[in-house]
Write a protein that binds this ligand. Structure first.
Ligand code: SF4
Length: 457
């Protein structure tokens, strides 16, 4: 069990990247080219790496006031028609260059709200994907979809299951009606309960839910009530995100009155209490803000050392090449990262001109690759075996990371890590603050960059 030491959390819960990639997206630049993308894709073909597909649907019916996503709020569903047309073309454009034998072990629809699409549009999208890529039909792969509970019915949940989805991710955020109203996302508990029931009835393997702490009118007690209600539904995975109030950057957040926001101390208490409740209920802390039941594949992958991390967070398929489709979607192909155009107009116009809709990205140097290995291993396995790292990269890791490892003394004294110059291991509280430890090994981390990131906790 984690010792929820609020003093340490306060000291180390500073701003920092989530490390869904290393280098992080802040290092992406516009010098990358379509040739870089196609070459990286070809390397994956030669290495016969499996695939992970990410499809971004940027539309939402209503806006949530805490939103910091790249999305378009519109009731005009014709925009989705236009978008879908191009999405199908992007799928074809990339599929043409992919070895059709490469199996798709993971697929994720995110947004926005993927369930903004109509039943017919969702069906067309899956059929088109299946014609272009080698989707697995025996339910072994992980195909997940983000679900806004307000946009689904029993039959839609059934349809999505029939189309091959076996995991669902549900934005719950908070179950208190007053909080829901203040963030313009009203979805009563009975609605969430219904969706859970349908997902279970149709045999979805795993349900992931997101909670947010730090929202207007939330308190330690109110969040504890939300957690208690959610625990009754027993989702396999629960993520506990910190709300970062940045109205200067995200205009819609100006709808939230600052007076209604909980204080930093209250947020700390909320996070600690919620975390304690989850652990007492049998959930394991996977790392940072992710919890999973011991029976869930994520927890099992962590135990067996096969857990990975990519742009979708913790994943079971880190060895797969990630292909992103739609506005702002990121592809991670071996040692190349590439992000699609963020603006819908530019993305659409690139597709119409038959161009790869690439906006920016980066090619990893050898140093980037070594540091990526260290950081993702630390965040997934919660420890680094320096000997094994040395062998993988033909370096002396103690020497290579000499200055960084010298800084571990302070973290040992504070109880975040255990370190004997052979293995660096995160303690229970260190798992929560893993980003702070990872940042020490980040060559790009400078104080000036910190303001771009949300607080760790
Ligand atoms: S559903 Fe998600 S993407 Fe859409 S407005 Fe709400 S938070 Fe933003």
């Amino acid at each position: 069990m984690t010792e929820w030491n609020t003093d340490l959390i306060r000291r180390y819960g500073d701003q920092g990247p989530r490390y869904t990639s290393y280098p992080t997206a802040l290092q992406f630049h516009e010098e990358v080219t379509a040739d870089d993308y196609w070459q990286a894709l070809e390397h994956g073909n030669l290495a016969r790496r499996p695939l992970s597909l990410y499809l971004h649907i940027p539309f939402c019916q209503h806006v949530c006031y805490y939103c910091a996503c790249n999305r378009v709020v519109t009731a005009d569903t014709r925009r989705a028609d236009e978008y879908l047309k191009r999405l199908l073309r992007e799928l074809s454009m990339k599929a043409e260059r992919v070895d059709s034998q490469r199996p798709v072990l993971q697929m994720h629809w995110g947004g926005g709200t993927p369930t903004y699409l109509s039943d017919a549009q969702m069906t067309e999208l899956v059929y088109h994907t299946a014609r272009q890529f080698h989707l697995l039909e025996d339910d072994r792969a992980d195909y997940s979809v983000e679900i806004d509970p307000r946009t689904v019915t029993q039959s839609r949940i059934g349809l999505l299951r029939g189309l091959g989805f076996n995991r669902a991710s549900l934005g719950v955020q908070d179950l208190d009606p007053r909080v829901q109203e203040a963030v313009n996302r009203v979805q009563p508990y009975s609605m969430i309960e219904d969706v859970f029931g349908w997902l279970r009835d149709f045999g979805y393997r795993s349900i992931n839910t997101d909670l947010i702490y730090g929202l207007p009118w939330q308190s330690e007690t109110s969040l504890a009530r939300t957690v208690e209600q959610l625990l009754a539904l027993r989702p396999e995975r629960i993520s506990l995100y910190n709300y970062a109030h940045l109205p200067a950057r995200f205009k819609v957040q100006r709808q939230i009155s600052e007076q209604t926001l909980p204080s930093a101390d209250e947020k700390l208490r909320m996070f600690s209490r919620a975390g304690e409740m989850l652990e007492s209920a049998g959930y394991l802390l996977i790392g940072m803000d992710h919890f999973a039941l011991p029976t869930d594949a994520l927890a099992q992958a962590q135990q067996s050392g096969t857990l990975h991390r990519n742009f979708q967070g913790y994943t079971l398929h880190g060895d797969a090449d990630l292909l992103g489709f739609g506005t702002s979607a990121i592809s991670a192909l071996g040692t190349f990262y590439g992000q699609n155009q963020k603006s819908i107009e530019e993305w659409q116009s690139d597709i119409d001109d038959n161009h790869l809709p690439l906006e920016r990205g980066c090619l990893l140097t050898l140093d980037d690759q070594i540091r990526r290995d260290l950081i993702t291993t630390l965040l997934c396995q919660m420890e680094i075996d320096l000997e094994a790292l040395s062998q993988r990269w033909n370096i002396d890791a103690r020497q290579y990371f000499g200055p960084e490892l010298m800084q571990m003394n302070r973290l040992v004294q504070d109880g975040l890590v255990e370190f004997d110059w052979k293995v660096l291991r995160l303690t229970a509280i260190g798992r929560l603050l893993a980003r702070a430890v990872a940042m020490i090994f980040d060559a790009y981390q400078k104080d000036g960059l910190k303001r771009h990131y949300s607080r760790i906790i």
